[in-house]
Design a protein around this ligand. Sequence first.
Ligand code: CMC
Length: 428
Amino acid sequence: MADKKAQLIIEGAAPVELPILSGTMGPDVIDVRSLTNQGVFTFDPGFMSTAACESKITFIDGDKGILMHRGYPIEQLAEKSDYLEVCYALLYGELPTAEQKATFTAQITGHTMMHEQMKSFLNGFRRDAHPMAVMCGLVGALSAFYHDSLDNNNPKHRELSAIRLIAKMPTMAAMCYKYSIGQPIMYPRNNLGYAENFLHMMFNTPSDVQPVNPVLAKAMDRIFILHADHEQNASTSTVRLTGSTGANPFACIAAGIAALWGPAHGGANEAVLTMLDEIGSVENIEKFIAKAKDKNDPFKLMGFGHRVYKNFDPRAKVMKQTCDEVLSELGINDPKLELAMKLEEIARNDPYFQERNLYPNVDFYSGIILKAIGIPTSMFTVIFALARTAGWIAQWKEMYAGGYKIGRPRQIYTGHTQRDYTPINERG
Ligand code: CMC
C-alpha cells in the first residue's frame, strides 16, 4: 500500500521520509503519523487535507460528482434498491441475497417498538421543543433502556445495537412529531415497509388508519437512501470521535444528531424552506443573491455549496427528479418549487457561484418534497438523522472491528506564556 514516499524538509534538520498511502480509489495520502517523533505536527483546521480513518463504506469524488456506497453508484441505489437493502450493504459490505434480506428485515421489524417507559421520558419535554432537541435526548436515553447490549467489545452487542438504532429511529421520530401536536403515539406496524411504516406512524391516528400512498412511501424511501451515508462528514466524524473514547453506540449517535443539527450540515434542509419563505417571490431573488455575495453579510444561500462536491451533488439530481414525481402525484403546484428553480438558475449563471463551484446540494430540493408529503419543516432534520443513522452506525461498527485509537487532535497554542498568579487586589 505504501510504495511511494514523500520527503519533508524542515529547515535546519535532516529530511523526513513519509510513506504515501493509496486507497482503491481517490487521491494518494501522505502518512504523517511519524511526524510527532520529529517534534512537529500538522495544522489543518476543518480537516480540509486530513484523512482521519480508513474506510471501505462510501466513496466520494467531489470533482466528478460521484457518490458510491460499497462501490454502488447512488443513482443506481436510488432507482433500483430500497433503504433496508442499502442499510444492509452499509453494515455488511454486500447487497443482501433474498434470504439475507428477509432475515435482516425481520430483525429490524422485530425491534421497531420502544420501551413503554420512553413515553414517560418523552412527556418530560415541552410540547413546543424542537424535535431535534427531543431526538438528541431520546436517542441518548436508549443506553439507559437497552443496557443489555453495551459491551462495545462484543460483536454481537454491536450488531444488536445497530439493529435497534435503525429499527427504532422511525418510531422515535414519529413519536416526537405526535407529541408536538398532542396526538396519541402510533405504534409501528410490522407488515408495512420501512418508509411506509414511518408515514403510517406520522400521519395515521388510532381512530383513522388509512393506507399509505405508495408513491409517497417510495419517495420517502428514496430520501432515506439519499441521506444514508456520506463518508467522513461532520456528524459521522463526531460519531467516530465519540466512539473512539469507548462511549456506547447510543451516546455516539446522539452526538452525531447534535452535530447534524447545525444549519451548515443537516439543518440546511429546514433552512432552505425558511429562506424560500423569506425570499417570498421571484422579484426578490436578486436581493437575496446580493446578500449571499456580500462579505459583510453572514447570509448564505442555503442548500448551495458543499465541502467536497465542487461540481454537482449527485444526490441533488435524484432529489429534483423525486420532487417532480411527488408534486405530480399529489397534483401540487407549489410556488416554492418555481421559486427554488428560478433561484437555482440565477445562482448557477452568476460568476460568484460559478467561480466558487457552488451548486445545489442534497438539501436544496428535499425540503420541497418533505413539505409536499406533509412533513412539518421542524421535522426535516430529524428525517435526515433517521436516514443517516445507518451510515453512522456502519461507520462506528467498522471503526470497532478494525481497531481504533482515541481521537485527540493537537493545537497551535497562541495564548500567554507562563506568568505568575496575581492576588485579586493587585489586578486591574
Ligand atoms: N452561499 C454563498 N456563498 C457561499 C456559500 C453559499 N451557500 N457556500 C460557500 N460560499 C462561499 C464562501 O463564502 C467562500 O467564499 P470566499 O472564497 O470568497 O471566502 C467560498 O464560497 C468557499 O466556501 P467555504 O465556506 O470555504 O466552503 P466550505 O467547504 O467550508 O463550506 C458549506 C461548505 C456546505 C458549509 C457551505 O457551502 C455552506 O454553508 N452552504 C450553505 C449550507 C448548506 O446548504 N449546507 C448543507 C450541506 S449538504 C448536506 C450536509 O452535508 O449536511
